[in-house]
Design a protein around this ligand. Structure first.
Ligand code: BES
Ligand code: MN
Ligand code: ZN
Length: 516
């Protein structure tokens, strides 16, 4: 059972002393003249004294810098925490993303503190909600596998952050409560995605992932259908079966359906859910395999996005397809040069068993298309080439112009980095197979785009028109192999949930506007 420990999130507009929080967090920034204290609720006198001493305290105001000082008597809190926000421009408010990162960075570095009052400059409801999101995402940790005797597990008596109060004039606004609740739903979705991705493949495999989907949907108006290997065989899901057949742990396809009465639009999400990618017979070298538990991140994002949509009661019909398989080498594994028949009948020559993601996605894209959704979005840790093109923190988005640009805009609003990439027509012929409809590998330069061109073949049509579609490649950004930063921990990041949710909200808003 996947658990998520949650922060109690509230807001106050005045009476610093009354909040009763152990720590008061205020922001610092970098200006051309040195470190500065950002807008804060301290008295002018205390603020000036503190501001003057910043250089001697060694405070620079850089992002991710956190310093603890004794609390000032006038604040009523025991500790004063200074969190850096990076470059500060006089008179310009911090961006929502800077607020998220700063709040996350502070919360991440508050070991041993149970309650914090965060007084970053957040004047509006949206800004206060950004602080809440950052704090709730920053409070994440994954400690499930530390034993009682190994010495790393937190002591049962250990103090950890459970309460965050946001100091903001927007606390007076009637819409703030709903915004904080949305922030909590969103952060929970991100944090549970992280936990699913962090789960080792010894613990998370297709069947247990399917069970996690059932557990998370419990009590929500989401219908969960799990296709086991017999059903997959019967219905012709050759892509998922082919990838899964080298493993002792059989594959699954999970279909999630949320269909509220007041629905305005029908969207389908497809997620790559390879619970471990060894490469199969086209075996990966050892170091490249080490992080391959991450390869189900797309499916975890889809699951948590559908759950968040249901929790928020958004007026959209959504289906979520989780393509779950373990890619393993064995005597029953598919061989390079095998031909498989994907759902709907297209044949694929499998020239490299390590290009498995596109095979499982092919089945689900075809199946999702049959239901005639208004758009299909897929999300996958699909290619190492994504990192060559865009690096470790920027995800790629490809597809039809409209959906692709809508995803990019949603990502910008949500604070996730996505960048549009083309799908050059000439790449299609590189996927030609001598003996089947298509091969699973083609041009390797620009391999992220080649993979997208492959996937496009499996997106269906309604009345002769291709269903609007976008493909999100999160191979690098899904997993942070470096140090923690902002609200992003080490290891699984949960990237994608916020963008997909923002996309759905944007679609709803656009329809509302067009209708009214
Ligand atoms: N899961 C990998 C892609 C990946 C690599 C994700 C590194 C995250 C980090 C995918 O299944 C894969 O192995 N892709 C191959 C495709 C190639 C054989 C065409 C790759 O990128 O090397
Ligand atoms: Mn692979
Ligand atoms: Zn893979």
């Amino acid at each position: 059972m996947i658990k998520s420990s949650e922060l109690n999130l509230t807001a106050v507009a005045k009476d610093l002393k009354k909040s009763g929080c152990e720590a008061l967090v205020i922001g610092t920034g970098q200006s051309p003249d040195g470190p500065v204290l950002l807008d804060n609720p301290l008295s002018a006198k205390a603020a000036r004294a503190l501001s003057d001493s910043l250089p001697l305290l060694g405070v620079t105001g850089a992002a991710d810098e956190v310093r603890r000082l004794p609390g000032l008597p006038e604040t009523g809190s025991e500790v004063l925490v200074l969190v850096g926000t990076g470059r500060a421009v006089q008179g310009r408010p911090l961006s929502e993303e800077t607020l998220r990162r700063s709040a996350g960075s502070a919360v991440r570095q508050l070991d041993g503190i149970e309650s914090a009052l965060i007084a970053l400059p957040a004047a509006t409801v949206a800004e206060a909600a950004a602080v809440a999101e950052g704090a709730a995402m920053g409070a994440y940790s994954y400690t499930e596998h530390y034993s009682a005797v190994g010495g790393k597990a937190p002591r049962p008596s250990a103090r950890s952050l459970s309460k965050v109060t946001i100091f903001t004039p927007a606390a007076q606004d009637r819409t703030l409560r709903a915004a904080l609740d949305r922030a909590a739903v969103l952060a929970r979705g991100v944090n549970i995605t992280r936990t699913l991705v962090n789960q080792p493949p010894s613990h998370l495999y297709p069947e247990s992932f399917a069970q996690a989907a059932r557990d998370l949907a419990k009590g929500l108006p989401i219908k969960v259908t799990v296709f086991d290997e017999k059903k997959l065989e019967k219905d012709g899901y050759g892509g998922i079966l082919g990838v899964g057949k080298g493993s002792d742990r059989p594959p699954r396809l999970v279909k999630l359906e949320y269909a509220p009465a007041k629905s305005k639009v029908n969207l389908a999400f497809v997620g790559k859910g390879i619970t471990f990618d060894s490469g199969g017979l086209s075996l990966k070298p050892g170091p490249g395999m080490q992080t391959m538990k991450l390869d189900m991140a797309g499916a975890a994002v889809v699951l948590n996005t559908v759950v968040a949509i249901a929790e928020l009661g958004l007026p959209v019909t959504v289906s979520g397809w989780l393509c779950l398989a373990e890619n393993m080498p064995s005597g029953t594994a598919q061989r390079p040069s095998d031909v498989m028949t994907t759902y709907g009948g297209r044949t694929v020559e499998v020239l490299n068993t390590d290009a498995e993601g596109r095979l499982v996605m092919a089945d689900a894209l075809a199946a999702a298309s049959e239901e005639g959704p208004d758009a299909i979005i897929d999300i996958a840790t699909l290619t190492g080439a994504q990192m060559v093109a865009l690096g470790k923190r920027v995800s790629g988005v490809m597809g039809d112009d409209g959906v692709r640009d809508a995803i990019k805009a949603a990502a910008d609003r949500a604070g996730e980095q996505f960048w549009p990439m083309p799908m050059p027509e000439e790449l299609r012929s590189s996927l030609d197979s001598q003996i089947a409809d298509i091969a699973n590998i083609g041009e390797k330069f620009g391999g992220m785009m080649t993979a997208a061109v492959f996937l496009r073949e499996f997106v269906g049509e309604i009345n002769g028109e291709k269903i609007p579609w976008a493909h999100l490649d999160i191979a690098g950004p899904a997993f942070n192999e470096g140090g923690a930063h902002g609200y992003t921990p080490k290891a699984a990041t949960g990237v994608g949930v916020r963008t997909l949710l923002a996309y759905v909200e944007d679609v709803v808003r656009r329809l509302d506007r067009d209708a009214g």
